[in-house]
Design a protein around this ligand. Sequence first.
Ligand code: ATP
Ligand code: MG
Length: 243
Amino acid sequence: MADRERPAKTPIRVGFYDIERTIGKGNFAVVKLARHRITKTEVAIKIIDKSQLDASNLQKVYREVDIMKRLDHPHIIKLYQVMETKNMIYIVSEYASKGEIFDYIAKYGRMAEQAARRKFWQILSAVEYCHERRIVHRDLKAENLLLDANMNIKIADFGFSNYYATGELLATWCGSPPYAAPEVFEGKRYTGPEIDIWSLGVVLYVLVCGALPFDGSTLQSLRDRVLSGRFRIPYFMSQGKDL
Ligand code: ATP
Ligand code: MG
């Protein structure tokens, strides 16, 4: 039933959840805030229309779910339930109510180093947990680092994640260009964790400086900056010993 035919105030329901509003949009997915009808618990539901996906993108969604099922960490969005119909997939997960750290920095500016250190420590503990399980995220960026009600980090969006094995190389270009490692720009093959580590460096810079270390008006100029490895160290950055 289309929204306009729906009687006012009748909530759209997915399983035991009432949909409240849209909180995010991706290429193939829309993310909604929903509430459990009985417990009133808030959750995020990523809704994917399978008919819009080709076989390889559908495979990626199944991999995202498969990987999320294996992860149970205080700083990673917890998967609660997956529902599937002929056309749709509904991924129900923990809701991070304070949203993206990207928006937080856009609104309040860069973080004090002590605060950034605390957030970065949480991010590191979650990424280390993934790598210990041979899982590489491949899309670490400020838009995928969410904050819960207590301002703790929750890593989201395992849509580019994959398994890796020592001695086996991955080749897929993943993630967002400003966070991509030089070897990704060069089309080289990589084991996995090292490209997350590069992105973590970019994340730390963004937290502390409120700007990207490598930027460019075109992909080519961004690539040149990343490959040169040169970035600005702003005057306000500490010298390193005093944290
Ligand atoms: P993109 O292609 O833009 O990366 P995507 O389709 O992979 O998007 P996600 O990154 O999982 O989808 O979600 C898109 C956005 O929705 C997030 O950046 C975030 O703002 C919001 N979002 C997703 N999951 C949650 C959650 N559990 N709690 C709060 N907000 C969320
Ligand atoms: Mg995302």
